[in-house]
Design a protein around this ligand. Structure first.
Ligand code: UD1
Ligand code: UDP
Length: 287
């Protein structure tokens, strides 16, 4: 079978690797990068580290408001699907790339598989909630990470094509943890000792675009005395610059890190402070 696999944002690259490894020996995978994330540290770095095959297409949509970004992916994706005529389209997660990939396929009557199906925050203010609900409702195969995800789908009347398969981000950890332990120098590079620092990420729209929410997070951060390693997402860096915020002495702002370094930072942190869906899961998996 020919499967078009859609990726666009950081966690999707990390999730793509275990799936590609399983898929490629038996099927033809055409990898489409929408270009939603494009900085070296948000994109190419993960292809290198994880040994992901180079994308067959890069739609190069870049950043923009939701309608524009989603619409551009939809239009460009449609052309790829008309040329490639795949048997399946595979999307993952809940980004604008997920939504547009799923819609483009469904409109062309190409069956859609959704990895990480059935997750819900029950908060429709979040762009991700809209993306995952729509993707699930146009999907033909729904790969659920947990029994809760299966029951969330059942509550919305989705009973066909639902499979409880476990979590591909967990599989990514299983595959990469020993490599990360062998290769990562991040603790030495940042002068850290295990359990001697807190790890922080913030990038969710409701935490960065609503200034009073971001200010409240920063005010709390300023009260911390333990060293904080702040992995600054480009979206957040932009907001902090606009605000003119300067970190206090305990806060060490660093660029987004690679996956191996991030796993090691998570494993050795005393505490993770985050709004990242993926990182919440990872620290749980890492114990
Ligand atoms: C997106 C996903 C979010 C996911 C996150 C993973 C949507 C709606 N949101 O959020 O679910 O958790 O990716 O990290 O799809 N930017 C750069 N360089 C880049 C990428 C982004 O500078 O390589 C900046 C741009 O100013 C851009 C902003 O970050 O406007 C936001 O990027 P975007 O992809 O729209 O949303 P994320 O916050 O990354
Ligand atoms: N991650 C990374 N470098 C960083 C921050 C996160 O490699 O500087 C990884 C992290 O280990 C996890 C994924 O990116 O696998 C989570 O992505 P993100 O927080 O951007 O999105 P979310 O999971 O919230 O959708």
């Amino acid at each position: 079978m020919k499967v078009v696999s859609v990726v666009g944002a950081r966690p999707e690259f990390i999730q793509a690797a275990p799936v590609s490894r399983a898929l490629r020996p038996r099927h033809q995978e055409v990898l489409v990068h929408t270009g939603q994330h494009y900085d070296y540290q948000m994109s190419a770095l993960f292809f290198q580290e994880l040994g992901l095959p180079a994308p067959d297409y890069n739609l190069e949509v870049g950043s923009g408001p939701h309608g524009q970004q989603t619409g551009e992916i939809l239009a460009r994706m449609e052309r790829v699907l008309m040329d490639e005529r795949p048997d399946w389209v595979l999307v993952r997660g809940d980004t604008n790339s997920t939504l547009a990939g799923a819609l483009a396929a469904a409109k062309l009557h190409v069956p859609v598989g959704h990895i990480e199906a059935g997750l819900r925050s029950f908060n429709r203010w979040m762009p991700e909630e809209i993306n995952r609900i729509v993707a699930d409702h146009v999907a033909d195969l729904l790969f659920c990470p947990t029994p809760t995800a299966v029951s969330n789908l059942a509550a919305e009347g989705i009973l066909q094509g639902v499979h409880l398969v476990g979590d591909v981000m967990y599989e990514a950890i299983l595959h990469n943890l020993s490599l990360a332990e062998a290769r990562s120098q991040v603790l030495a590079r940042l002068g850290l000792v295990p359990h001697g620092y807190l790890l922080l990420t913030v990038h969710r729209a409701e935490n960065t675009d609503i200034w009073e929410n971001l200010r409240a997070i920063l005010a709390a951060l300023d009260r911390l005395e333990e060293p904080v390693i702040f992995l600054v997402h480009p979206r957040t860096r932009k907001r902090l610059r606009e605000m003119g915020w300067q970190p206090g002495p305990a806060v060490h702002m660093v660029e987004p890190q690679g996956y191996f370094d991030t796993l090691m930072l998570e494993k050795n942190a005393r505490l993770l402070l985050t709004d990242s869906g993926g990182m919440q899961k990872e620290v749980y998996c890492l114990g």
